[in-house]
Design a protein around this ligand. Structure first.
Ligand code: NDP
Ligand code: MG
Length: 405
């Protein structure tokens, strides 16, 4: 470290082997020599990718969430000086190691406990894992306040809103406009969507993302989760959160104010924008992203979403209005349905049907008194979804190993 330079920032990445994790590593590469000291990197199945990143960044510890892969990880790290660990508990412990800045990018509600461990350090948490806010909502925000943590949204829409939010005039916000690309089935007729395969659903037109969030974009469950995420993150009423289909994915979201002004944040569809913003905040630094050429893009389109072909938006709104643990139930049922769709045990539109059935079976929803309530509801909704998926397979007469699409 040269004289006068600031000490390196201690950085951890939860979900370092995923799409957001790899983009975060790229931002660190561009941060310059001596800017960061990597504490913990976590992953699950991709042992080679985890070990490679841990070696490159000389991480203190690399952790796989899968306990059966401990020996593999240890072998991959042999001679590197990087500590190896495995299992869910080890991921949580790694998240609790002192770090100035942590990226929370584990996919799904599996990210909740490790993200909370990082949050409780009271440092800066860059939050990509939207499921934390969808499932634990108000409790998660309360934990952040109690710990004195700085919460920086990384989901591109929420990061955009964060950038254009007029904080001193917070009460002047009329509503937010979450933009949605509409996914690969945006213009498909309902009959065609009903027969969509996992391969078709995973192929997002604008964004390069992990498989699960790509499929959630196709069903628009991703936007549904983002509505709930925004409500908690920005302390909004459900009626202040609106969705607008914007096929070009250039306007990442907007805030509408009481004086009629609408402030938008724009950029190329590249998650390194939001990640880099959260990394350098409150400063701004050059980022390795494409510059916008609006003259070449020419036109930006906006339209209202179709609630019939994309019932996920209606279900999310119902969950927002129901409050309490409804978001947790929606997310857990959706995760179970998504797994079933990926395994071809459920057709594409079956995902929304299963979620709707689970929500109506479990309602009304009590408020979450504690995180134990959140974990209990997650398990309950997952089990309820599993029963409904199994019943559908039985009713289809296909039996075990049934395959749709
Ligand atoms: P990926 O599927 O690409 O990566 C997920 C990461 O989580 C990987 O590191 C994976 O490890 C790890 N992981 C998977 N299951 C578990 C588990 N049970 N326990 C611990 N770790 C696990 O996901 P994305 O990067 O696309 O998304 C990460 C989060 O960010 C999600 O919550 C998503 O909604 C959110 N997000 C993503 C965006 C994107 O552009 N990708 C945009 C906005 C939000 P491994 O690969 O080694 O198995
Ligand atoms: Mg998003």
């Amino acid at each position: 470290m040269s004289e006068g330079a600031s000490p390196p920032r201690r950085v951890s990445i939860l979900g370092a082997t995923g799409s957001i994790g790899r983009s975060t590593l790229d931002i660190l590469r561009h941060a310059g020599p001596g800017a960061v000291e990597v504490v913990a990197l976590t992953g699950r199945d991709n042992i080679a990718g985890l070990a490679e990143a841990a070696r490159e960044f000389r991480a203190e510890v690399a952790v796989t969430a899968d306990p059966s892969r401990y020996e593999d990880l240890k072998a991959a790290l042999a001679g590197s000086g990087v500590e190896a660990a495995a299992g869910e508990r080890a991921v949580i412990e790694a998240a609790a190691r002192p770090a100035d800045w942590t990226m929370a990018a584990i996919v799904g509600s599996a990210g909740l406990a490790p993200t909370l461990a990082a949050l409780r350090q009271g440092r800066t948490l860059a939050l990509a894992n939207k499921e934390c806010l969808v499932s634990a909502g108000g409790l998660f925000i309360e934990e952040a306040a109690r710990a004195g943590a700085e919460l920086l949204p990384v989901d591109s829409e929420h990061n955009a809103i964060f950038q254009v939010l007029d904080r001193p005039n917070r009460a002047a916000v009329e509503k937010i406009l979450l933009t949605a690309s509409g996914g690969p089935f945006r213009d498909w007729p309902a009959e065609r969507i009903a027969e969509a395969t996992p391969e078709e659903a995973v192929a997002h037109p604008n964004w390069d993302m992990g498989a699960k969030i790509s499929i959630d974009s196709a069903s628009m469950f991703n936007k549904g989760l983002e509505m709930i995420e925004a409500m908690h993150l920005f302390a909004l009423r459900p009626d202040q959160v609106e969705v607008l289909v914007h096929p070009q994915s250039i306007v990442h979201s907007m805030v509408a104010y009481v004086d009629g002004a609408v402030l938008a944040q724009m950029g190329a569809p590249d998650m390194r924008h939001a990640i880099g913003h959260a990394f350098h905040h409150p400063a701004r630094a050059p980022l390795p992203v494409e510059r916008l050429d609006l003259a070449a893009i020419g036109a930006l389109e906006f339209r209202a979403p179709d609630p019939v072909r994309f019932p996920a938006l209606r279900l999310a709104r119902e969950a927002m209005e129901a409050g309490g643990l409804a978001g947790c139930a929606l997310n857990a049922a959706k995760e179970a349905a998504l797994e079933a769709f990926m395994d071809r045990r459920l057709p594409f539109m079956g995902m929304a049907q299963v979620v709707e059935e689970v929500l109506s079976a479990l309602s009304p929803f009590a408020p979450a008194g504690s995180l134990d309530d959140v974990f209990a509801m997650d398990a309950l909704a997952r089990a309820a979804a599993g029963e409904r998926i199994a019943a559908r397979i039985r009713a289809s007469g296909l039996g075990k190993g049934a395959a749709f699409a």
